[in-house]
Design a protein around this ligand. Structure first.
Ligand code: APR
Ligand code: ZN
Length: 247
Protein backbone atom coordinates (compact mmCIF):
# COMPACT_ATOMS: atom_id res chain seq x y z
CA UNK A 1 0.00 0.00 0.00
CA UNK A 2 2.58 2.60 1.05
CA UNK A 3 5.06 1.80 -1.76
CA UNK A 4 2.19 2.01 -4.23
CA UNK A 5 1.05 5.34 -2.75
CA UNK A 6 4.60 6.71 -2.90
CA UNK A 7 4.85 5.67 -6.57
CA UNK A 8 1.49 7.29 -7.29
CA UNK A 9 2.57 10.58 -5.69
CA UNK A 10 5.92 10.60 -7.51
CA UNK A 11 4.31 9.73 -10.86
CA UNK A 12 2.20 12.89 -10.58
CA UNK A 13 5.13 15.06 -9.41
CA UNK A 14 5.85 18.10 -11.56
CA UNK A 15 8.81 19.08 -9.39
CA UNK A 16 9.87 16.23 -7.12
CA UNK A 17 12.89 16.87 -4.85
CA UNK A 18 14.74 14.26 -2.80
CA UNK A 19 16.39 15.07 0.55
CA UNK A 20 18.88 12.44 1.64
CA UNK A 21 20.85 11.64 4.76
CA UNK A 22 23.36 9.07 5.95
CA UNK A 23 20.81 6.25 5.68
CA UNK A 24 20.95 6.59 1.90
CA UNK A 25 24.63 5.54 2.04
CA UNK A 26 24.28 2.93 4.80
CA UNK A 27 23.97 0.07 2.29
CA UNK A 28 27.19 1.29 0.68
CA UNK A 29 28.89 0.41 3.99
CA UNK A 30 29.19 3.94 5.41
CA UNK A 31 27.94 3.96 9.04
CA UNK A 32 25.18 6.42 9.88
CA UNK A 33 25.53 8.96 12.68
CA UNK A 34 22.39 8.07 14.65
CA UNK A 35 20.16 5.05 14.94
CA UNK A 36 21.45 1.51 15.27
CA UNK A 37 25.30 1.45 15.21
CA UNK A 38 25.51 5.18 14.52
CA UNK A 39 28.83 7.01 14.89
CA UNK A 40 27.42 9.29 17.59
CA UNK A 41 26.51 6.26 19.68
CA UNK A 42 30.31 5.72 20.03
CA UNK A 43 31.72 9.27 20.04
CA UNK A 44 30.58 12.65 21.35
CA UNK A 45 30.11 14.74 18.15
CA UNK A 46 30.96 17.95 20.03
CA UNK A 47 34.32 16.49 21.06
CA UNK A 48 35.25 14.98 17.68
CA UNK A 49 33.28 16.88 15.06
CA UNK A 50 32.80 20.51 16.10
CA UNK A 51 34.84 23.38 14.71
CA UNK A 52 35.85 24.49 18.23
CA UNK A 53 37.21 21.06 19.19
CA UNK A 54 38.87 20.76 15.76
CA UNK A 55 40.74 24.06 16.15
CA UNK A 56 41.87 23.04 19.63
CA UNK A 57 42.89 19.52 18.67
CA UNK A 58 42.64 18.28 15.06
CA UNK A 59 43.86 14.84 16.19
CA UNK A 60 40.55 13.98 17.90
CA UNK A 61 38.73 14.70 14.62
CA UNK A 62 41.21 12.84 12.41
CA UNK A 63 41.34 9.75 14.64
CA UNK A 64 37.63 9.23 13.85
CA UNK A 65 37.73 10.57 10.30
CA UNK A 66 40.67 8.32 9.34
CA UNK A 67 38.51 5.21 9.66
CA UNK A 68 35.34 6.76 8.24
CA UNK A 69 37.25 8.34 5.38
CA UNK A 70 38.78 5.03 4.30
CA UNK A 71 35.31 3.47 4.22
CA UNK A 72 33.82 6.41 2.30
CA UNK A 73 36.63 6.46 -0.26
CA UNK A 74 36.10 2.73 -0.94
CA UNK A 75 32.29 2.97 -0.95
CA UNK A 76 30.28 2.47 -4.12
CA UNK A 77 26.71 3.53 -4.90
CA UNK A 78 23.99 1.15 -3.74
CA UNK A 79 20.63 0.31 -5.40
CA UNK A 80 19.03 3.20 -3.54
CA UNK A 81 21.39 5.70 -5.18
CA UNK A 82 20.77 4.11 -8.57
CA UNK A 83 17.00 4.28 -8.11
CA UNK A 84 17.28 8.02 -7.40
CA UNK A 85 19.29 8.41 -10.63
CA UNK A 86 16.51 6.66 -12.57
CA UNK A 87 13.79 8.75 -10.89
CA UNK A 88 15.68 11.92 -11.92
CA UNK A 89 16.30 10.65 -15.46
CA UNK A 90 12.58 9.85 -15.84
CA UNK A 91 11.66 13.35 -14.64
CA UNK A 92 10.04 12.32 -11.33
CA UNK A 93 12.81 14.17 -9.45
CA UNK A 94 14.45 17.44 -10.51
CA UNK A 95 17.16 17.49 -7.84
CA UNK A 96 18.67 15.78 -4.83
CA UNK A 97 19.50 17.83 -1.76
CA UNK A 98 21.88 15.82 0.37
CA UNK A 99 23.37 16.10 3.85
CA UNK A 100 25.90 13.46 2.80
CA UNK A 101 29.42 14.47 1.89
CA UNK A 102 30.50 11.13 0.37
CA UNK A 103 29.84 12.08 -3.26
CA UNK A 104 27.92 8.85 -3.94
CA UNK A 105 24.95 10.61 -5.53
CA UNK A 106 27.27 12.18 -8.11
CA UNK A 107 29.23 8.94 -8.51
CA UNK A 108 25.99 7.04 -9.21
CA UNK A 109 25.00 9.50 -11.95
CA UNK A 110 22.61 11.94 -10.27
CA UNK A 111 22.92 15.18 -12.20
CA UNK A 112 21.51 17.91 -9.96
CA UNK A 113 22.93 17.39 -6.47
CA UNK A 114 23.04 20.09 -3.79
CA UNK A 115 25.45 19.32 -0.91
CA UNK A 116 24.27 21.31 2.11
CA UNK A 117 26.98 19.88 4.41
CA UNK A 118 29.80 20.23 1.93
CA UNK A 119 32.01 17.56 0.44
CA UNK A 120 34.57 15.25 2.02
CA UNK A 121 36.31 14.78 -1.33
CA UNK A 122 38.58 17.79 -0.73
CA UNK A 123 40.62 18.94 2.27
CA UNK A 124 41.60 22.54 2.91
CA UNK A 125 44.45 23.89 5.06
CA UNK A 126 42.92 26.49 7.39
CA UNK A 127 46.38 27.98 7.94
CA UNK A 128 47.32 28.76 4.32
CA UNK A 129 44.19 27.91 2.33
CA UNK A 130 45.54 25.34 -0.13
CA UNK A 131 43.29 22.44 -1.07
CA UNK A 132 44.23 18.80 -1.55
CA UNK A 133 42.19 15.73 -2.49
CA UNK A 134 40.97 13.62 0.42
CA UNK A 135 42.54 10.51 -1.10
CA UNK A 136 46.01 12.13 -1.00
CA UNK A 137 45.58 13.29 2.60
CA UNK A 138 44.08 9.93 3.59
CA UNK A 139 47.30 8.23 2.44
CA UNK A 140 49.35 10.59 4.65
CA UNK A 141 47.35 9.55 7.72
CA UNK A 142 49.27 6.30 7.74
CA UNK A 143 52.38 8.23 8.81
CA UNK A 144 51.07 11.59 10.03
CA UNK A 145 48.47 12.17 12.76
CA UNK A 146 47.13 14.81 12.47
CA UNK A 147 47.99 15.30 8.76
CA UNK A 148 50.24 18.26 8.02
CA UNK A 149 49.84 20.72 5.18
CA UNK A 150 52.29 19.91 2.40
CA UNK A 151 52.75 23.62 1.76
CA UNK A 152 52.96 25.37 5.15
CA UNK A 153 53.26 22.43 7.52
CA UNK A 154 50.13 23.56 9.36
CA UNK A 155 48.07 20.92 11.19
CA UNK A 156 44.62 22.44 10.62
CA UNK A 157 43.78 20.44 7.51
CA UNK A 158 39.97 20.21 7.38
CA UNK A 159 37.77 18.34 4.91
CA UNK A 160 35.41 20.75 3.12
CA UNK A 161 32.48 19.62 5.28
CA UNK A 162 30.34 21.54 7.75
CA UNK A 163 31.36 20.72 11.33
CA UNK A 164 29.07 21.42 14.25
CA UNK A 165 29.25 25.12 15.05
CA UNK A 166 30.11 26.08 11.46
CA UNK A 167 27.83 28.05 9.15
CA UNK A 168 26.12 26.25 6.28
CA UNK A 169 27.32 26.92 2.72
CA UNK A 170 25.20 29.94 1.78
CA UNK A 171 24.74 29.22 -1.93
CA UNK A 172 23.88 25.55 -1.33
CA UNK A 173 21.37 26.37 1.40
CA UNK A 174 19.79 29.09 -0.74
CA UNK A 175 19.42 26.69 -3.67
CA UNK A 176 18.14 23.88 -1.43
CA UNK A 177 15.47 26.09 0.13
CA UNK A 178 14.40 27.42 -3.27
CA UNK A 179 14.06 23.83 -4.54
CA UNK A 180 12.09 22.84 -1.43
CA UNK A 181 9.74 25.81 -1.64
CA UNK A 182 8.94 25.07 -5.29
CA UNK A 183 8.66 21.29 -4.90
CA UNK A 184 5.30 19.57 -5.11
CA UNK A 185 6.70 16.28 -3.78
CA UNK A 186 9.53 16.00 -1.19
CA UNK A 187 11.05 12.53 -0.89
CA UNK A 188 13.13 12.15 2.29
CA UNK A 189 15.51 9.19 2.25
CA UNK A 190 17.62 7.98 5.18
CA UNK A 191 17.65 10.94 7.53
CA UNK A 192 16.85 11.18 11.23
CA UNK A 193 15.65 14.76 10.52
CA UNK A 194 17.02 16.02 13.84
CA UNK A 195 19.86 18.27 12.61
CA UNK A 196 18.95 21.86 11.79
CA UNK A 197 19.11 23.95 9.69
CA UNK A 198 19.35 21.04 7.19
CA UNK A 199 16.08 19.55 8.46
CA UNK A 200 14.40 22.91 7.76
CA UNK A 201 14.65 22.05 4.06
CA UNK A 202 11.97 19.31 3.94
CA UNK A 203 9.99 21.39 6.44
CA UNK A 204 10.05 24.33 4.00
CA UNK A 205 8.67 22.03 1.31
CA UNK A 206 5.78 20.93 3.52
CA UNK A 207 5.06 24.53 4.54
CA UNK A 208 4.93 25.44 0.85
CA UNK A 209 2.31 22.74 0.26
CA UNK A 210 4.47 19.85 -0.93
CA UNK A 211 3.47 16.25 -0.32
CA UNK A 212 6.01 14.54 1.96
CA UNK A 213 7.22 10.97 1.49
CA UNK A 214 9.63 9.57 4.10
CA UNK A 215 11.69 6.44 3.48
CA UNK A 216 13.72 5.74 6.63
CA UNK A 217 14.72 2.70 8.71
CA UNK A 218 13.37 4.26 11.90
CA UNK A 219 10.67 6.77 12.87
CA UNK A 220 11.47 10.47 12.48
CA UNK A 221 10.03 13.61 14.10
CA UNK A 222 8.44 14.50 10.74
CA UNK A 223 6.50 11.24 10.28
CA UNK A 224 3.23 12.92 11.32
CA UNK A 225 3.68 15.51 8.54
CA UNK A 226 4.15 12.88 5.84
CA UNK A 227 1.55 11.57 3.42
CA UNK A 228 3.54 8.34 3.19
CA UNK A 229 6.03 6.88 5.71
CA UNK A 230 7.89 3.73 4.75
CA UNK A 231 10.10 2.26 7.48
CA UNK A 232 12.59 0.26 5.46
CA UNK A 233 15.97 0.18 3.73
CA UNK A 234 16.52 2.72 0.97
CA UNK A 235 18.29 0.11 -1.19
CA UNK A 236 15.13 -2.00 -1.20
CA UNK A 237 12.29 0.53 -0.97
CA UNK A 238 13.47 2.96 -3.69
CA UNK A 239 13.89 0.23 -6.34
CA UNK A 240 10.44 -1.09 -5.37
CA UNK A 241 8.92 2.36 -5.93
CA UNK A 242 10.83 2.72 -9.20
CA UNK A 243 9.59 -0.67 -10.46
CA UNK A 244 5.99 0.53 -10.08
CA UNK A 245 6.80 3.59 -12.20
CA UNK A 246 8.22 1.51 -15.05
CA UNK A 247 11.04 4.05 -15.16
N1 APR B 1 17.82 2.91 4.60
C1 APR B 1 17.08 3.94 5.06
N2 APR B 1 17.31 4.55 6.26
C2 APR B 1 18.33 4.06 7.00
C3 APR B 1 19.14 2.97 6.57
C4 APR B 1 18.84 2.39 5.32
N3 APR B 1 19.54 1.35 4.83
N4 APR B 1 20.07 2.73 7.54
C5 APR B 1 19.86 3.64 8.52
N5 APR B 1 18.82 4.43 8.20
C6 APR B 1 18.27 5.57 8.92
C7 APR B 1 18.52 5.56 10.40
O1 APR B 1 17.45 4.90 11.07
C8 APR B 1 18.54 7.06 10.73
O2 APR B 1 17.24 7.51 11.14
O3 APR B 1 18.95 6.71 8.42
C9 APR B 1 18.91 7.73 9.42
C10 APR B 1 20.27 8.38 9.45
O4 APR B 1 20.22 9.41 10.40
P1 APR B 1 21.57 10.13 10.81
O5 APR B 1 22.63 9.13 11.06
O6 APR B 1 21.24 11.11 11.88
O7 APR B 1 22.02 10.89 9.49
P2 APR B 1 21.55 12.30 8.96
O8 APR B 1 20.10 12.50 9.18
O9 APR B 1 22.07 12.42 7.58
O10 APR B 1 22.38 13.28 9.92
C11 APR B 1 22.38 14.66 9.63
O11 APR B 1 24.10 15.02 11.27
O12 APR B 1 26.09 14.40 12.28
C12 APR B 1 25.52 15.23 11.34
O13 APR B 1 26.64 16.18 9.51
C13 APR B 1 26.07 14.99 9.96
O14 APR B 1 24.96 15.22 7.83
C14 APR B 1 24.86 14.63 9.13
C15 APR B 1 23.73 15.24 9.92
ZN1 ZN C 1 48.89 25.14 4.75
Amino acid sequence: MTVERAAELLSAARKGVAFTGAGASAESGIPTFRGVGGLWTKYDPVKVSSIDSFMRDPTAYWMVSKERGAIALAARPNPGHLALVALEAAGFLVAIVTQNTDGLHQASGSRHVVEVHGSSRTVQCLDCGIRESRAVVQARLAVQMPPQCKSCGGTHLKPSVVLFGEPMPVAAMHEALALAQSADVMLVVGSSLVVHPAADIPLAAVRSGATLIIVNAEPTPFDSLADVVIHGRAGEVLPAILSLLNA
